[in-house]
Design a protein around this ligand. Sequence first.
Ligand code: NDP
Ligand code: 8X3
Length: 258
Amino acid sequence: MNSIRGKWALITGATSGFGKATADLLAQNGCNVIITGRRAERLEAQTNILKEKYGVHVLPYCFDVRELGRSVEMANDLVSREIVPDILINNAGLASGKDKIYEGLISDWEKMIDTNIKGLLYTTRSILPMMVTRNEGHVINIGSAAGHTVYPEGNVYNASKFAVKALNEAINLDLAGTNIRCCSVDPGAAETEFSNVRFHGDDEKAAKVYEGYKPLEAEDIADIIYFIVTRPAHVNISNLLVYPTAQRSVYVWGKKNS
Ligand code: NDP
Ligand code: 8X3
């Protein structure tokens, strides 16, 4: 087991869901965390909680991952503090809308492409060079089961997560010969704020997504990430696809009442 005590993990989108739960679990295990998100109040509250609960260092950066300049600023600030992240978790992302492609909102498409693909690229381009210089590090990309199989009305979200799958493979290939590891964690249905965001704040519609079965929880994904980053240095899990037991593919479910 590879201890993360005293190391630094950078987690994008740590104000909610997977990112928040992962920051908590890593901090609980003695890892210092750099947390990001757009909601300043949540970020500040999370910073105080993690510091108080676990006595680790916490650095919050409040910004939108779609703005390249803000990722670069964060990276420069880390350099000035002589901090090189040992772990980068590209988690910030979203689905926006669920419509037939001929009815989808262009603004939804742009949000997903700019956040899930370009945002991930911006953070990676800003942070990975530091890891390469040190020849040490671990990148975790949060993809999705939706990046393995397309489902009706998933169109652009699916495409953005297929891109994450491709980029995860590409990052691995380009890191050959270094000690840096790279893994995508690809969950099926998990109950977070994901569906509330997807349905533009329609909480009733969001709740229906999780009816009749037990979905994954944010803590399940945090556990998996913790497992991956604590493997010995010669073990590179490159992809991990995880569903709730009631879901065997994006199409095949064992829901009650269905
Ligand atoms: P949540 O909505 O609970 O969390 C999303 C996080 O991403 C929030 O912290 C949010 O912070 C951040 N975020 C979103 N857009 C931006 C942005 N433009 N700039 C900065 N931060 C942003 O959802 P999940 O935890 O479920 O989602 C996390 C990742 O997991 C996403 O990439 C999602 O696609 C993926 N995923 C989710 C699944 C699910 O069923 N829940 C399954 C498979 C994958 P803030 O709003 O403060 O900026
Ligand atoms: C989120 C899971 O199946 O709603 O990526 O697309 S799904």
